[in-house]
Design a protein around this ligand. Structure first.
Ligand code: AMP
Length: 211
């Protein structure tokens, strides 16, 4: 199965993707992480400001990543497509990357919950696990429970960037969800509570599929 997460910023795509990866072994393909690995000043600036990066670069990164052997039995796509112009890339590259079923999960979070969540977020750049200083603290301060690497605070995790990204989500990404609704591929899951609760709701959805 290929699971695509589309959601507002701070809804928990990264955390849930890591949990799915840990339990089911599907590789976690995060566009944000792929872009953070690009050594280019324009891209770095766009990430810092929460602006969309060029589609051609994203298409190239996705094509390379999804052609790797670990994606042939399914993958988790996190953060794509985010605007109408990326739908055709999704349909050409992601849906055709293997012969597995494609579903889209929208994680729902009210704006004010996201605002609180964003300032506490700490991520592990090594294994992708996400913690929160307020809700999901690591056992040892600043250290990933899973791989013991150092946790960091992303430079785009500040209120100004969050507000901009949330507005962009409403304007650009909501229409993408509406498009996929018409194709009957979308599941909505409330992610305003704990990662554990969200994860168990998602397991109910994927349990309905035999891939
Ligand atoms: P994320 O890690 O998903 O929160 O994304 C971090 C940043 O990467 C975003 O604020 C954008 O600057 C960039 N980005 C992620 N996904 C996309 C996308 N589908 N299209 C364009 N830019 C993206």
């Amino acid at each position: 199965m290929n699971i695509t997460f589309i959601s507002a910023p701070a809804a928990g795509k990264g955390l849930i993707s890591s949990m799915l990866n840990e339990k089911y072994g599907y590789p976690h393909v995060s566009i944000g992480d792929l872009l953070r690995g690009v050594d280019d000043n324009t891209v770095k600036k766009q990430l810092e400001n929460g602006e969309f990066v060029d589609n051609r670069l994203i298409a190239r990164l996705l094509k390379d990543r999804l052609s790797k052997s670990d994606c042939k039995d399914g993958f988790i796509l996190d953060g794509f497509p985010r605007n109408i112009s990326q739908i055709s890339i999704y349909e050409d590259i992601c849906e055709k990357a293997n012969d597995k079923k494609n579903i889209i999960i929208v994680l729902e979070i009210p704006r004010e919950v996201g605002e609180k969540r964003i300032t506490g977020r700490r991520v592990c750049l090594n294994c992708g696990y996400v913690f929160n200083e307020y809700y999901d603290k690591p056992l040892i301060d600043g250290i990933c429970d899973h791989c013991k690497h150092k946790l960091i605070q992303r430079s785009d995790d500040n209120i100004e960037t969050y507000e901009r990204r949330y507005d962009t989500y409403l304007k650009e990404t909501k229409p993408v969800i509406d498009y996929f609704e018409t194709k009957g591929k979308v599941y909505h899951v409330d992610s305003s509570e704990s990662g554990k609760k969200t994860f168990s709701e998602i397991e109910k959805i994927i349990g309905g599929y035999n891939d």
